[in-house]
Design a protein. Structure first.
Length: 436
């Protein structure tokens, strides 16, 4: 049983909204205006309102023009696509949920879906997914991220995953191959440093998504669930082992730089693009932007999955977006028709090509994994066989808001606390949020 009724959770969101309304402007979305019996029938004259996050696709207009044409040909209905900035999206969602003014369909970040689903704002898509025989079609980690209390509140649309991006020319000059174990991260990094003492072989930032592969790779968990209760795993022996190794790359092996203790992923990527780093953990969407920032690096980049301690792959966070149907829609079948069109087949493939993210279906990922593209195939392999999700709980947003893991890593890397001390502090903070 859930810890609170839907009505209670909606009242809580309304209270949050009253505090943030002046800051976010109180924008309203529109809901569908049709009768709801559309699906495979004629829905002429109906309009489906869709919120899409701004910026993922540099030029989304031609894509959605094509989608709108295909959707109208199939259903007779038109699409009202509204673009929402990521920075204000969470407030916009909570405002619309509290006011009952949400869209029919919305793109929802994977770590937000459980929160809005638990609040009673999103429809359970399990029946639609089962009827369309898509249960095994979606990538498990992205589907799991949208599943809460046995309800699927978000259909996987696209996702990105992180692997190691490296300089092929620098590794070749140092006479080494890309790492496939943790020990090889050390040996390759030391060879790079010997070849060029000015290089940062493997910068270690305080980013959550650089940290978690080493927790998971050592057999640890960020948090574990027992019934309705989540408990932090940051202070487990396995997590401490993984974080101790990660910290040693900086302190013991001198593969990072003290400045990196305050870096986020973007800082690490920028240092790599400037030619200052030899290997970084970065996302599947970044090689193109790195080359755009420094054209001299074209043809000099390689990708390898993040290795596990003794080989194989360490899990990497698969982050991206779901498409969710709002409970307030009057067009459930029409909304699902749009969701299925976007998350499978040609439009899922085209969106991935245009954004640098991966479609979240196993068949399209397999095609990319088997493709002869050294900057795509390893990421696809990581996504398919070595991706993971963060704790699927509505409370995770509060953990992210508290910057629990970045603060822990900054404390460790900055020498302010030992791994054991920092993980204990972070675990206590996380458990306070979880109420455990």
């Amino acid at each position: 049983m859930k810890s609170a009724s839907r009505a209670t959770r909606l009242l809580a969101l309304a209270a949050i909204t009253s505090l943030t309304l002046s800051a976010c402007g109180g924008d309203d979305g529109g809901s569908g205006d049709g009768s709801g019996e559309s699906g495979g029938g004629d829905a002429s004259g109906e309009t489906l309102t869709v919120w899409i996050m701004e910026g993922t696709n540099p030029d989304p207009t031609p894509f959605f023009d094509e989608v709108s044409t295909a959707f109208e040909e199939e259903t007779g209905a038109s699409l009202d696509i509204q673009f929402v900035p990521w920075a204000s999206a969470h407030d916009k969602f909570t405002n619309s949920i509290a006011g009952g003014t949400g869209p029919d369909v919305a793109e929802v970040g994977t770590t937000w879906t459980p929160e809005f689903g638990d609040a009673g704002a999103l429809m359970d898509l399990s029946g639609h997914i089962e009827e369309a025989d898509l249960g095994d079609a979606y990538v498990d980690s992205v589907l799991d991220a949208g599943t809460y209390d046995d309800a699927v509140y978000g259909a996987p649309w696209y996702a990105g995953v992180r692997s190691i991006v490296y300089r092929t020319d620098l590794l070749e000059e140092a006479g080494v191959e890309p790492p496939t174990t943790w020990d090889e991260i050390v040996s390759v990094g030391e060879a790079l440093k010997e070849s060029d003492p000015e290089l940062i072989p493997f910068p270690v930032p305080n980013s959550t998504h650089t940290t978690t592969p080493f927790i998971w790779g050592a057999g640890g968990e960020v948090a574990t669930q027992d019934g309705d209760t989540w408990t932090s795993g940051l202070d487990s022996a396995e997590a401490v082992e993984g974080l101790t190794f990660l910290e040693s790359l900086a302190s013991e092996h001198d593969l990072s730089t003290p400045a990196a203790s305050t870096w986020n992923e973007a800082d690490t990527r920028d240092a790599f693009a400037r030619g200052e780093a030899g290997m970084i953990i970065s996302g599947s969407w970044t090689p193109k932007s790195i080359i755009e920032a420094n054209g001299d690096l074209e043809g000099k980049l390689g990708v390898v999955p993040i290795p596990g301690e003794d080989g194989g792959m360490a899990p990497s966070f698969a982050g991206g977006s779901h498409l969710s149907v709002f409970e307030t829609t009057e067009n459930e079948e029409l909304a699902w028709t749009f969701v299925e069109m976007m998350t499978t087949g040609e439009f899922a493939e085209k969106w991935g090509e245009q954004t640098g993210f991966f479609p979240a279906t196993t068949d399209l990922l397999t095609q990319l994994e088997e493709a002869d593209d050294p900057l795509v195939a390893p990421f696809a392999q990581q996504m398919q066989d070595g991706s993971a999700t963060l704790p699927v709980t509505p409370l995770w947003g509060q953990v992210e808001g508290a910057q629990t893991i970045p603060a822990m890593m900054e404390s460790i890397l900055g020498g302010k606390a030992s791994v054991e001390e920092a993980t204990t502090t972070a675990a206590d903070e996380m458990n306070e949020i979880f109420g455990s």
